[in-house]
Design a binder for this molecule. Structure first.
Ligand code: CA
Ligand code: CA
Length: 282
């Protein structure tokens, strides 16, 4: 290879490197661009100026078609209307009722599964969570509970050792920890959104139970004389009432640092403003 050819190759490599750096810096600056502040009504009922961040800086959300955003806006209006009616009925039944903990619904758009259609998450603070997805012009309730009288009742948390739900963004995985006997048994359940049914259901064929007590008689149950034997270590693994090994337990676990709380964080005014901003920008 003569010096001229080597010179040309080096020149090409240098140009490619410069282009790569420019593209990287361009994307980086784009993501950090400040967005227009909006006025929202905060939880105390006061006006507050906030700079929208999450929705606008996520390039995928900016690309969401208006028909999906419009469908979610309509759903939010329906949910708020129904929620207000329920609160009014509760007030009528019991004028002394403290409604502060019941009155606040919070919303967000998230990417739960792998596709480019965002999901709508709605949290009734400290009470329950709902997840909706979208398909062909329709908003579909994805956290169905066949036993619940109200088909959009939400999955509850906050009582009985259930602290809520977590998910991996674009990972189609929801995780829920639950405990019994004040932590002697820890349940870790995983759920995924099934494309065919748009239903959030078990990811694995069983929920992993970790025992944190000394099961002296080895009957798989917490007996009276075992109640005070709590230990941080896992003493046994069970799935579907069957004892399994630590190695087998890994088949029922998703180990990841990417779990985030599955919860709405924006009150309705802030959330609607953000969606409307996105629609109007297009
Ligand atoms: Ca999706
Ligand atoms: Ca026992």
């Amino acid at each position: 290879m003569n010096k001229k050819v080597i010179g040309i190759i080096v020149a090409i490599l240098v140009i490619l490197a410069v282009v790569a750096v420019c593209v990287y810096l361009g994307n980086k600056n784009k993501a950090e661009e400040p967005t227009t502040p909006v006025v929202v009504i905060n939880e105390s009922g006061d006006e507050e100026i906030v700079v929208p961040r999450e929705l606008e800086t996520d390039p995928y959300v900016s690309n969401v078609p208006n028909e999906i955003l419009d469908a979610y806006l309509k759903k939010v209006d329906d949910i708020e209307k129904k929620h207000k009616e329920e609160l009014a009925a509760l007030m009528e039944e019991n004028a002394d009722l403290d409604l502060t903990s019941l009155s606040m619904l919070k919303y967000d758009l998230i990417f739960f599964d792998e596709d480019d259609i965002p999901e709508l998450v709605v949290t009734n603070t400290g009470n329950n969570t709902r997840l909706y997805t979208y398909d062909a012009g329709k908003v579909i309730y994805a956290m169905r509970d066949e036993d619940a009288p109200d088909e959009e009742a939400g999955w509850t948390f906050g009582a009985g050792g259930n602290h809520g739900y977590e998910f991996i963004p674009r990972g189609n995985t929801l995780r829920n920890y639950n405990t019994d006997y004040a932590g002697l048994i820890l349940y870790t359940g995983y759920f995924k959104l099934y494309n065919e049914t748009h239903n959030l259901a078990d990811k694995f064929d069983g929920v992993l139970c970790e025992y944190h007590f000394d099961d002296k008689n080895n009957n798989g149950e917490v007996d009276e004389d075992e109640m005070d034997s709590y230990t941080d270590d896992v003493t046994a693994y069970y799935v579907n009432n069957k004892k399994i090994t630590e190695e087998e337990a890994k088949n029922y676990l998703v180990i990841s640092d990417d779990f985030e709380p599955l919860e709405g964080t924006k009150v309705v005014e802030e959330f609607r403003n953000k969606l409307l901003n996105l629609v109007n920008e297009k």
